[in-house]
Design a protein around this ligand. Structure first.
Ligand code: UFG
Length: 347
């Protein structure tokens, strides 16, 4: 009993905003696997409550859940009054469709920026020092030099969505400078793909997917007739675009490491940012090849014109995050694509 009490005492409570979403749900699992007590706040605008069953099915623990829109000041304040024992926050909750953000920028600025400001104000008010922010390699635009390191200059964003990531990074930097009791880490994700190996959680796009992997798996499942490969005339070895595809469980584990770094005061500055990728650039055609090899399924596809706004190639230099965080992406591309297919088959 004594030991159990100690265990309960030691459990640190982490708020995962957007925790029923794709990356948030995988992170909730890894946090629980590492002994954290997870509270999820999500407005369910782009996710389903059943995701909690998946998290519970994997870890044996159902995380606390609160349906709340953190971009609304009064809802956010009420939430932090209800949960007054949060020690760290991972802020995922945000709108993320690039095309939609071009059509409706105000929606993106309102949602993505207000929620961060409300959270930072709550951190000050409730003495919650630690924040991990969900950023993106989109802040680098099309870099002049590859791979991109953390000191690669950020470029003007290609979309309002991308701009919200840059603006949010700047807000965190400025706020922790003015309030040194607060600390923040921004994780710049490259392209997260795949699903939990249990196939109990994964990506759940609503409507026609914009991203490559859900479109590809839906095509193989017969939901879509053909995958369009957007361009084969880029200046890359096979002419298709290159990205750094990272397994979502590896990505989730980077968040656990970042949270531990903050809670144990191992951060070197009050604001830090890290690339979270594999370090390997992979083309769209190589993805198709790897998928076919690992699953034994054919991917019906055709080459079409370039997609507006696409970056030709980007991949991470991960040496700084590997060294400083002591974290490294471990899963192979084949195994990751197989996990995406196994998940698709459950839908
Ligand atoms: N692609 C296709 N066919 C499709 C969908 C995508 O060929 O049906 C190609 C794209 O042209 C691109 C690659 O697959 O070359 C990856 O495209 P995604 O849409 O999956 O991902 P992006 O790299 O365009 O965007 C991702 C995130 C964004 C983030 C951006 C940062 O989805 O949130 O990385 O660079 F802003």
């Amino acid at each position: 009993m004594k030991q159990r009490n100690q265990e309960i005492e030691m459990k640190k409570r982490v708020l995962v905003s957007g925790g029923t979403g794709y990356i948030g749900s995988h992170t909730a699992v890894e946090l629980q696997n590492n002994g954290f007590d997870v509270v999820i706040a999500d407005n369910l605008s782009n996710s389903k409550i059943e995701v909690l069953d998946g998290i519970e099915g994997i870890t044996g623990i159902r995380p606390l859940f609160d349906k709340v829109d953190l971009s609304r000041k009064n809802e956010c304040d009420e939430f932090f009054k209800r949960y007054d024992d949060i020690e760290a926050i991972i802020h995922f909750a945000a709108s993320k469709a690039v095309g939609e953000s071009v059509e409706n920028p105000l929606l993106y600025y309102r949602n993505n920026i207000n929620s961060l400001i409300n959270i930072l104000e709550a951190m000050k008010e409730h003495n919650i020092p630690n924040l991990v922010f969900s950023s993106s390699c989109t802040v680098y635009g099309q870099p002049n030099k590859l791979p991109v390191t953390e000191s690669t200059p950020r470029k003007e964003a290609e979309s309002p969505y991308g701009n919200t990531k840059s603006i949010c990074e700047d807000i965190i930097r400025d706020v922790v400078k003015a309030h040194p009791e607060l600390k923040g880490i921004a994780l710049r994700y490259f392209n997260p793909i795949g699903a939990h190996p249990s196939s109990k959680i994964g990506e759940l796009p609503l409507g026609v997917p914009n991203n490559l992997i859900p479109f590809l798996t839906q095509t193989v499942a017969g939901i879509r007739s053909e995958l369009s490969v957007f361009g084969n005339d880029y200046n890359t070895p096979d002419g298709s675009c290159i990205r750094d595809y990272i397994n979502v469980v590896d990505l989730a584990n980077a968040h656990v490491v970042a949270i531990e770094r903050l809670l144990q005061d191992r951060n070197k500055n009050n604001y830090e940012y890290f690339n979270v990728g594999t370090g390997s650039g992979v083309s769209v055609l190589e993805i198709i090849e790897s998928f076919e090899r690992s699953t034994g399924e054919k991917v019906p596809h055709k080459i079409v014109g370039r997609r507006a706004g696409d970056i030709e190639q980007i991949y991470a230099d991960t040496s700084f995050s590997n060294q400083e965080l002591g974290w490294k992406a471990e899963k192979s591309l084949d195994e990751t694509l197989l996990s995406a297919w196994n998940w698709q088959k459950t839908l």
